[in-house]
Design a protein around this ligand. Sequence first.
Ligand code: HEM
Length: 408
Amino acid sequence: MFDPQSTAFAENPYRFYADLRRQNRPYYFEDADAFLLSRYADVDKAARNPRMVRSLDAFMDPDYIKEQQRARNWHDMPNHERFVQFSLLEQDGDTHFRLRVIVLRALSRRFVEQQRGMIQNYVDQLLDELLPQREFDFVADLASHVPGHIIGHLLGVPDEDCPQLRTWSEDIVQFFDVGRTAEHKLLAETATTEFYQYLSGLIAARRTEPEDDLISSLVAAQDAGEMNESELISTCMLILAAGHGSTIDVLGSGMHALIAHPDQMDLLRDEPGHINKAVQEMFRFESPLPFFHRYASEELVFNGQTYPRGTKFGLLYGSANRDPDQFPDADTFDINRDPNRHIAFGRGAHLCLGNHLSRLDMEVIFMRLLQRTRLIELPDPEPIYKASLSARGPESLRVAITPSIVIN
Ligand code: HEM
């Protein structure tokens, strides 16, 4: 029985994924109304297939889409609909490509790498407070502060406003959880509206006085006629929403993996040059965003089977990354794994635009933590992971540390 909201799934989704991979045909998962692709080769093929698209409007008429939105109760929230539900992630074809190129340019590898010192300073400040405590919650006290702060900084938000960004992002995204109520809906719409108003002010300020930040790059793109203001705001919201929770989750599961494999943690302490590979292995081993969907934009044949137009597929990135046909000893956490062509950031037209940034956050946090401690252990029993198909990470992770220097 495939039940991603069960405790058994949260404890170990990988044995359920292994069952799916053994089946001859993609499993039809009624709750998501989707055929689940679980093998690496199939997920890879689907993510690259231009006839497998993200948005319904690639093949449906707008009235029918509106009807679908009402059926799912995804309507009556004008700002959430305008800025969140129709982000660049939910586009295909020319519009998607146009917006994607703008973000690729603004969030270039060089621009991201320039942030290393700033990230390191911020992480050190947090560690200055946490290490003397000797025991803290790695997720709540450390991981959950970093990505929102860094993305806020990159966007050009003043430091003192970054915590507010985090709350908005969480309130906007919780709307997509199952079991949502009218209260959740109101929370999402209110947060979107407040964030929208805040961004409008920031955009106006950067239009008169540009700085070296993401908002200024996006404003320049708007002024050059490459995007409109609604797309600009939606893109800022997506960048925050896409990078906040996912990075927190993989930081938590990555820390847990290191603690559960002390030989690998020792290896990384001895050879810090392995950090890049170690972080990639964390993404493979516990992919924080294990599920994304696609629709068939026309009737298509996949592995010899015909699917009608509009069929929904689930791309199980988390399962693909544990497929033994692609990764030898796939269930082993090996920080030296090479090659490691994991698919945690997706592939093809929608390949993650924030992968350099999230890897940089991870590298800095783990490097500073290992440099500033001698020992990191779990004081409690095993952590509890989220029961979800679309997110993977520990709810919390208490760690007991021995600092490498005496702190008064
Ligand atoms: C733990 C970190 C992250 C993971 C695992 C992750 C994963 C992904 C995946 C799998 C996709 C493709 C979705 C699909 O196939 O439909 C994606 C798209 C995207 N990600 Fe990330 N992401 C992460 C962090 C970030 C960060 C930090 C940012 C921004 C700073 C970001 C921005 C985006 C954007 C804008 C897209 C949409 C790309 C498009 O549709 O063309 N992500 N991400």
